[in-house]
Design a protein around this ligand. Structure first.
Ligand SMILES: [Zn+2]
Length: 89
């Protein structure tokens, strides 16, 4: 017996191309540009809240942020293992 999990064939369109009316003030591209600053805690309070506000509404950017943060973490760990006794003078 087949289990058809696909109920209803309604095409869920409607939000494509929807642009918020300057509420977020940040496009996906701009978010990516300040992503490194955000992770380094170098964003100002206002920029930070705008950044996080975008993440709440944009799953794409949230997913991107997570994978980026994960990559950074892994990279750091790899570096630590490799150069355990590095001297930063
Ligand atoms: Zn976005």
């Amino acid at each position: 017996m087949r289990d058809d999990g696909c109920a209803g064939g309604a095409s869920a369109r409607g939000e494509s191309g929807l642009v918020t009316d300057g509420t977020t003030g940040l496009t996906c591209r701009e978010l990516v540009e300040v992503l490194a600053d955000y992770l380094a805690s170098e964003l100002g309070r206002d920029a930070r809240s705008v950044f996080e506000g975008h993440l709440v509404e944009c799953r794409d950017c949230l997913a991107y942020l997570r994978s980026y943060a994960e990559t950074m973490r892994l990279a750091k760990h790899a570096y630590d293992d490799d150069e355990a006794e590095v001297n930063v003078g």
